[in-house]
Design a protein around this ligand. Structure first.
Ligand SMILES: [Zn+2]
Length: 94
């Protein structure tokens, strides 16, 4: 089981210089501590900025801390296979 744990405004986040979510390198904004992995033995240890931490906080607050998240990107452009070309009218046979 992979758990994402966010500690908001954690003192240890001061050591982090970049936000693991948005990538900002403004170390003064990195205030939160993100741990990802097995509970008790996180494989990822990272800093998160205040804005991204706030987003994660609101998601967990709204949908519950036990939520499992699957993130995808909506398809906005048809791939080559999906483009349908109007068929040429069949040549008339005489
Ligand atoms: Zn961020």
């Amino acid at each position: 089981m992979t758990v994402v744990r966010l500690q908001r405004h954690a003192p240890e986040a001061q050591n982090a210089t970049t936000c693991a979510v948005c990538g900002t390198a403004d170390s003064e904004r990195v205030t939160d501590h993100l741990q990802v992995g097995t509970p008790g033995a996180p494989q990822q240890d990272a800093g998160v900025c205040d804005a991204c931490g706030g987003v994660l906080d609101r998601v967990a607050d709204k949908y519950g801390p036990q939520v499992t998240m699957l993130v995808g990107e909506a398809q906005r452009e048809a791939s080559d296979r999906e483009i349908t070309v109007p068929r040429k009218p069949a040549p008339e046979s005489h």
